[in-house]
Design a protein around this ligand. Structure first.
Ligand code: ASP
Length: 439
């Protein structure tokens, strides 16, 4: 039988109405056997996530201040869902051990984890499915680092005899039972771990958007969702700022070759985005899969005639950055010029030292500093097979009136990176979107 692991994010489980949508999604496909749940998220833009309330409670308790009013807000979030769904779930009783914990020796991770714990218990009670506590099968080492091998073993054992189960996301525990969380948004990681342990055919990640969007919706109004994207393309887009999944969520399923399907709980009829190792046969790649970018870069341009003949020039230049612990993003070269693109926040503290060292070690003809740049990554595995994509991209950016200061095409031909003035960033992104998808 086909097995799907379905992870529901905080907005998908924020209220009784959202729980009902989740119930309908699960009922629609019996292959959805394992559910990973987040803590209740925001019900509207003015709301507060339960996880944030829990952190607040911890901070108050740790400072010796009164946490009761915040704890009561948390209780009411769960009580309201239980009341409306008519589930036998006593929120008051559930909070007794948590209050006790806060009064004695509060631990930050333990407190944060209670949102996922209680929401999963509530969901399991409502669905009448077994509950599997992540503390017993998602394992961290004593130093707090995640232990993937032990987790795979414990989690697959825990799930093997079960037809269905609800597992809380975001946390696990070390050998002694001390609860440890992943970083924020970590239920995505838990979902991926459960999918792998259950040897699922598919990892569905249910959220509040209909998939990975072609670009940032704050820049382009309602950008198209991407139908198919490879893990590698997703990595490129995420690195350049596209917020899709938690960074560590891809690794476990990628290792097991399990595709991820990003879906919208509020629009379950939308197919969402399939994140796959390679495109399935019959699906031809789009000319451009997606566009992402970030501001806050500087470029140091070094010019020296006959540089191309000077063995080790590039290494010497990059050594200066390495010696000061400043990582570089890109390094486009010309015949007699070489630029190093760095993140401004990492470069700024070493700016004077780096410029001085460049003069001393390389004796260049000229050094120019270009500050306040944005980088745009245009990503797509289809670029290699399609002629003229680069020309269309450059044409679109130029037609939008943006001056391109740097172009770098990775040798994998998976992306083209453009460096432009930060103030032109939004205009350039809109120009590229219009070129491939119209206005
Ligand atoms: N509830 C946690 C957070 O808000 C984890 C998650 O939802 O993925 O970060």
């Amino acid at each position: 039988m086909k097995t799907i692991t379905a992870k529901f994010g905080g907005s998908s489980l924020a209220s009784a109405a959202q729980f009902r949508k989740v119930g309908a999604i699960l009922a629609a496909d019996p292959a959805r056997r394992f559910v990973v749940a987040s803590a209740p998220g925001k019900r509207d833009s003015g709301d507060t996530k339960v996880t944030d309330l829990l952190y607040r409670c911890y901070d108050l308790a740790a400072a010796g201040d009164d946490f009761e009013p915040v704890l009561d807000q948390i209780r009411e979030r769960f009580a309201a869902i239980a009341r409306e769904l008519k589930v036998d779930f006593d929120a008051d009783a559930e909070l007794i051990p948590i209050r006790e914990h806060l009064r004695t020796a509060p631990q930050r991770d333990y407190m944060a984890s209670r949102g996922e714990y209680l929401n999963s218990r509530l969901l399991a009670a409502w669905l009448d499915w077994p509950f599997v506590d992540a503390a017993s099968c998602v394992r961290f080492a004593p130093d707090g680092s995640f232990d993937g091998d032990t987790t795979q073993k414990l989690l697959s054992e825990a799930l093997s005899g079960l037809e269905r189960a609800v597992v809380p996301g975001f946390y696990g525990a070390d050998e002694t039972g001390r609860v440890i969380t992943f970083s924020r948004g970590g239920s995505d990681v838990s979902g991926s771990l459960v999918a792998r342990a259950a040897a699922a055919d598919l990892y569905e990640n249910w959220t509040d958007v209909s998939g990975v969007l072609f670009t940032d919706p704050r820049i382009v109004k309602e950008p198209k969702p991407i139908a198919y994207i490879t893990y590698r393309e997703l990595r490129e887009l995420s690195y350049m700022g596209a917020s899709v999944l938690h960074e560590d969520a891809v690794f476990p399923v990628r290792k097991a070759n399990i595709p991820i399907n990003i879906r919208n709980t509020n629009r379950p009829e939308d197919p969402g985005t399939m994140i796959v190792p390679v495109l399935p046969s019959g699906i031809s790649p789009a000319p451009v899969t997606g566009v992402a970018g970030r501001k806050g870069f500087d470029a140091i341009l070094v010019e020296k005639s006959m540089m191309n003949a000077e063995v080790g020039f590039g290494a010497k230049l990059l050594d200066i950055f390495a010696d000061l612990g400043v990582p570089f993003e890109h390094c486009p070269t010309g015949i007699d010029t070489m630029s190093v693109v760095v993140s401004d926040s990492l470069f700024a503290p070493h700016k004077e030292a780096i410029l001085r060292e460049v003069e001393v070690r390389l004796k260049p003809d000229a050094v120019k500093l270009e500050e306040d740049l944005a980088l745009i990554a245009i990503v797509g595995c289809g670029m290699v097979a399609n002629k003229g994509i680069a020309a269309r991209i450059l044409g679109a950016v130029t037609a939008a009136g943006v001056n391109i200061r740097m172009i770098d095409q990775g040798s994998s031909e998976l992306n083209i990176i453009l460096g432009i003035d930060a103030m032109d960033y939004e205009t350039a992104v809109r120009g590229i979107y219009a070129e491939f998808y119209g206005k």
